[in-house]
Ligand binder design. Structure first.
Ligand SMILES: Cc1ncc(COP(=O)(O)O)c(C=O)c1O
Length: 309
């Protein structure tokens, strides 16, 4: 069997991936009127189990993004989870996977708007590894692009059209030889990376931009705040971060479902702290990778098993 995805949930059923096709007239394809999610499933070798991380939170955010786009979908987070479990069992994955739910304006019509349009839901899952190659020491730049503002396109929704902004940020950074970029808001404070949230450690305190800084309300961000506070005993402050504070940070990292936890070694060629993996990010990475594989008993309810136990 090919690696996958072999199947997709499409128009109400699980079908072979080659049959999951839309018309070139699909509204979302033209106007960016879709919203997506990104989840990971982690294979735990000792338990021979695949755990999906916080799926109900992810599906709730997908549906909330749909509300921002005036979508009325006959799904709940729970019904989306049922579909996902069936899909993953059919794929019979025994490896780490990435899961992509997508809701989209499916009407085949011309006209920029949100109202009087049909919407649909599709989902597939595929084996997946790292998103950024230098996970223990990425090289980062400040993007010359600005983060989309809540009054233009809400960054708290994972709206497909908004990802043109992320793509501009990511590609300019990659073409300039960097692993990733940090993007500023219109007011000049740091929002996040192209597809991940951002934290610094400075003078023993952990700081991350607040949700009103035009960031995606990350589920990994929320999980990491819990780990930093409850497991590592650190104080986490949510407040706007100035550009130059990053130059003075002792450690800095990105987090997100795709990137997981990625240490930042350099920003615009200046070392962050010692310019190597620092102790806080190293410990956090260890905790996170144990957590998502269902190895931390206190957080087991965040990890949903795919196969019968
Ligand atoms: C712009 C943006 N910020 C942050 C994140 C991290 O969010 P989460 O931790 O929920 O995956 C993502 C990835 O989904 C993203 O696309």
């Amino acid at each position: 069997m090919p690696e996958g995805p072999n199947y997709a949930y499409f128009q109400g059923e699980i079908v072979p991936i080659e049959d999951a096709k839309v018309s070139v007239m699909t509204h979302a394809l033209h106007y960016g009127t879709g919203a997506f999610g990104g989840l990971r499933g982690y294979w735990n070798d000792e338990e021979e189990q695949l755990y999906v991380f916080r799926p109900l939170d992810h599906f709730k955010r997908v549906l909330d993004s749909g509300r921002l786009l005036l979508m009325d979908l006959p799904y709940t987070p729970e019904s989306m989870l049922d579909i996902l479990l069936n899909l993953l069992r059919k794929e019979a994955y025994r490896t780490n996977v990435y899961i992509r739910p997508l809701i989209y304006k499916s009407s085949a019509v011309i006209g920029v708007r949100l109202h009087n349009l049909e919407a649909d839901f599709t989902m597939f899952a595929l084996p997946f590894g790292s998103y950024i190659p230098n996970e223990e020491g990425s090289k980062v730049t400040f993007s010359s692009w600005r983060r989309i503002d809540d009054n233009a396109i809400p960054a708290r929704g994972k709206i497909t059209g908004a990802y043109a902004n992320s793509a501009l940020i990511k590609t300019d950074a990659a073409l300039a030889g960097f692993d990733e970029a940090l993007v500023l808001n219109e007011d000049g404070h740091i929002a996040e990376g192209s597809a991940e949230n951002f934290f610094i450690l400075r003078n023993g305190e952990v700081i991350t931009p607040p949700i009103y800084s035009n960031i995606l309300e990350g589920i990994t961000r929320r999980s990491v705040i819990r780990l930093l506070c409850d497991e590592m005993g650190l104080r986490v402050v949510e407040r706007p971060i100035d550009r130059t504070e990053v130059f003075l940070a002792d450690e800095a990292f990105f987090c997100g479902t795709g990137v997981q936890i990625v240490a930042i070694a350099e920003i615009d060629h200046r070392p962050v702290g010692t310019g190597t993996l620092g102790p806080v990010v190293a410990q956090l990475r260890q905790l996170y990778f144990d957590l998502v594989r269902g190895k931390l008993a206190r957080y087991k309810d965040w990890c949903v098993p795919v196969y019968p136990t």
